[in-house]
Design a protein around this ligand. Structure first.
Ligand SMILES: NC(=O)c1ccc[n+]([C@@H]2O[C@H](COP(=O)([O-])OP(=O)(O)OC[C@H]3O[C@@H](n4cnc5c(N)ncnc54)[C@H](OP(=O)(O)O)[C@@H]3O)[C@@H](O)[C@H]2O)c1
Length: 322
């Protein structure tokens, strides 16, 4: 496993991170989830991503239990707030920042998280209020660094300006968590801005929720036990289109020529971008992590990157929702 620095922070994170959306505390049974966390450590993964809203606290509770007994200095824990936790609890107000962070720390059974992320931008709270509340958390030691997820260039610029204009009074953001994969490239709109301001990307769904592993064949039912075959299949709709699945199959010769699996090619593709500090993968079984970890350290040439685009072909890559 290779490691990269997260923005202007002192966190050095593994190129592969393990996420917990739809999996732990949810569709993946407990013992298998614990085996995935153990395998992640065996493979050198040191960044674990979750959110208060995943399973309404269940993913954090699972991780809190799974990480007990591990040296707290041997891994980085990232969680998030914003989405609705109860009819009166959502958003990024100062009150919510305090209340949700306390609840997350309790479920995670820890005194601090390494990265606390705003899961979306809150149009109903002044940004300064959110940043002041996050700064208090950092000063109290409950949070080491802060980040955001899926913010627009304008929202990111406003945060950079606020922190920069506060003469050190406000803690700056060091990380951005957008969706990014060969099939979904909207994040490229924020990368130059972030790179100029000490903010790294830690990207979600780098395998397009499994579609880029090539296991879904066009015209065929999804394999039993896969995300697309279960209760979360609706969330994958974008990536189940036959034209997309055919394009993914066209990537096979590119991966074969490099001796890589399709999953490894897809992960090496997001990691080719220096501003990406980590690809956050999900895993329903430990063997998937063995496969995915093989992407760390793989360098793709410009010719391979061009071959990927040629294989995918026109009309497959999206940078905004239809
Ligand atoms: N900030 C946000 O708004 C946001 C949104 C979504 C996710 N996230 C974060 O990003 C993380 C990753 O998202 P994701 O789970 O969609 O990522 P992903 O890595 O694109 O997809 C993961 C799923 O693909 C399948 N898979 C993974 N490796 C495989 C392999 N080598 N071979 C075959 N199948 C494989 C598994 O599903 P099956 O085995 O069930 O098919 C796995 O759960 C989440 O856990 C969460 O922490 C953040």
């Amino acid at each position: 496993m290779e490691f990269r620095r997260l923005g202007d922070s002192d966190l050095v994170v593994s190129e592969l991170a393990l996420g917990s959306w739809l999996t732990y505390g949810a569709s993946v049974e407990r013992e298998r989830g614990l085996a995935c966390v153990d395998r992640a450590f065996d493979l050198g993964i040191n960044l674990f991503d979750t959110a208060n809203v995943y399973g309404r606290g269940a993913a954090e509770e699972f991780l809190g239990e799974a990480l007990q007994g591990r040296d707290r200095g041997s891994y980085h824990l990232a969680t998030k707030l914003f989405w609705r936790m109860s009819p009166t609890d959502q958003g990024l107000s100062a009150e919510q920042v305090r209340k949700q962070s306390e609840a997350s720390l309790r479920r995670l059974q820890t005194d601090y998280v390494d990265l606390y992320q705003c899961h979306r931008y809150d149009e109903h709270t002044p940004l300064e209020e959110t940043m002041e509340a996050l700064t208090e958390l950092v000063q109290s030691g409950k949070v080491r660094w802060i980040g955001f997820s899926e913010w627009s260039p304008e929202q990111i610029t406003a945060a950079i300006d606020l922190a920069g204009g506060s003469q050190g009074g406000l803690v700056p953001f060091v990380s951005s968590q957008p969706e990014y994969s060969m099939l979904w490239r909207k994040a490229e709109q924020v990368i130059p801005l972030c790179a100029d301001h000490g903010i790294s990307q830690i990207v979600w769904s780098p395998l397009a929720q499994g579609a880029l592993t090539g296991k879904y064949r066009p015209g065929a039912p999804p394999p039993p036990g896969s995300r697309a075959s279960g209760r979360d299949s609706g969330i994958m709709r974008r990536f189940k289109d036959d034209a997309v699945l055919e394009a993914v199959q066209r990537l096979r010769p590119v991966a074969d020529d490099l001796g890589l699996s399709l999953a490894q090619l897809a992960l090496a593709w997001v990691l080719r971008e220096p501003n990406v500090a980590a690809a956050i993968v999900g895993a329903s079984r430990p063997e998937q992590l063995d496969d995915n970890a093989g992407a760390s350290g793989v360098k793709l040439s410009d010719e391979v990157v061009a071959a990927v685009d040629k294989a995918l072909g026109p009309g497959i890559v999206a940078s905004s929702r239809p």
